[in-house]
Design a protein around this ligand. Structure first.
Ligand SMILES: NC(=O)c1ccc[n+]([C@@H]2O[C@H](COP(=O)([O-])OP(=O)(O)OC[C@H]3O[C@@H](n4cnc5c(N)ncnc54)[C@H](O)[C@@H]3O)[C@@H](O)[C@H]2O)c1
Length: 311
């Protein structure tokens, strides 16, 4: 069959009616015979994704009180998920998430196995745990490898930063994966997705950012390996590498950050919005065919050696 014919759209009233009839909870599989599932017929016609059903399922967001975390909690809750918001800082989490209905706030550090496992267990008790988003922040230490005065970079500062951003992500990833692995899979064998947060500093870290860049490169590198490890359990793993996003992480007025970085972005010439991160998380959750990949979310920004601070 010529390629054009294989992909030609064949919009019809019957297909549209079938789509209407599909509803939110019906399920279909690529293995279904043609016509067995009305949604699949429409998928093939229009290329609509037939992805994971989020409504009624459970999600954990780690670092939920931060700029990216808060937007993600809101988006997943709006999609009908039971969201467990895990963060080191209960006060900040309760204050910033008070407007989002149905969120269960849990104090959990990424460095604490017991707290994280409790948060995962609490989430699993609310519905099948299908989504774990790891987007905690914290202090990133750095400095030149050898300073002008000849003093050398502190090994402790390197270790603390790698512990928080890389080991902490690994900790949340493994405990999230274990909790997801014990759920009943959907009819296609899917148990859900883990989304980690790398950074464009993983690829183009700047002067003085060695520990943070190393940690974020580690997060990026874990993506494919973890996806391979978890494939037999039906859990996907993806990572987002944000550019410069408008969040409290910079601890200085956002218009100053915008002034420094906004004009360096290729287009649009502004900081990224937390909602743009959250929307990408939702897309990753819903698109079953995204797996083992790091997606840059940066408006085309490529940082130079001296302008990577904060990313
Ligand atoms: N904002 C950006 O421009 C940007 C760019 C690239 C990558 N990132 C990455 O995205 C992630 C989130 O960034 P953000 O801007 O939302 O940060 P943020 O500072 O706004 O929020 C970070 C959150 O993590 C929580 N946290 C700190 N230590 C924790 C721990 N040990 N355990 C659990 N939670 C902890 C904090 O309480 C806070 O609520 C970080 O990993 C950051 O490196 C951010």
């Amino acid at each position: 069959m010529p390629r054009a014919a294989a992909y030609a759209p064949a919009a019809s009233a019957a297909a549209a009616t079938a789509f209407e009839a599909h509803g939110q909870t019906d399920h279909c599989s690529p293995n279904d015979a043609d016509g067995a599932c009305p949604k699949l017929a429409v998928d093939r016609t229009f290329g609509l994704p037939c992805g994971m059903d989020l409504a009624g399922a459970s999600a954990v967001v780690v670092g939920a009180a931060g700029g990216l975390g808060r937007a993600t909690v809101g988006t997943l809750a709006a999609a009908g998920m039971h969201v467990t918001a895990a963060d080191l800082n209960r006060q900040a989490a309760e204050a910033s998430l008070s407007g989002v209905a149905g969120v269960d706030v849990r104090v959990a550090s990424v460095m604490d196995e017991g707290e994280l496992a409790t948060a995962m267990g609490a989430a699993a008790a609310r519905g099948p745990l299908r989504v774990v988003v790891i987007c905690h922040g914290g202090p990133a230490q750095g400095g030149r490898l050898v300073r002008r005065d000849g003093s050398v970079h502190s090994i402790e500062a390197f270790q603390r930063t790698v512990d928080l951003f890389l080991v902490g992500t690994f900790n949340a990833m493994r405990l999230g994966a274990a909790a997801m692995a014990s759920t009943t899979p959907d009819p296609d064998g899917h148990r859900g997705v883990i989304v980690t947060t790398s950074s464009i500093a993983a690829f183009e870290g700047g002067v003085g950012q060695l520990p943070y860049a190393a940690a974020k490169a580690g997060v990026a590198a874990m993506t494919l390996v973890a996806a391979r490890d978890l494939a037999p359990t039906g859990v996907r793993v993806m990572s987002i590498a944000p550019g410069v996003m408008a969040t409290p992480a910079f601890r200085r007025p956002l218009d100053e950050v915008e002034e420094t970085f906004g004009r360096r972005v290729l287009f649009p010439k502004r900081l990224g919005r937390p909602q743009e991160y959250a929307s990408l998380v939702e897309t990753i959750c819903r698109n079953d065919y995204l797996n083992g990949e790091v997606i840059r979310l940066d408006g085309g920004l490529r940082l130079s050696a001296r302008h990577a601070d904060g990313a």
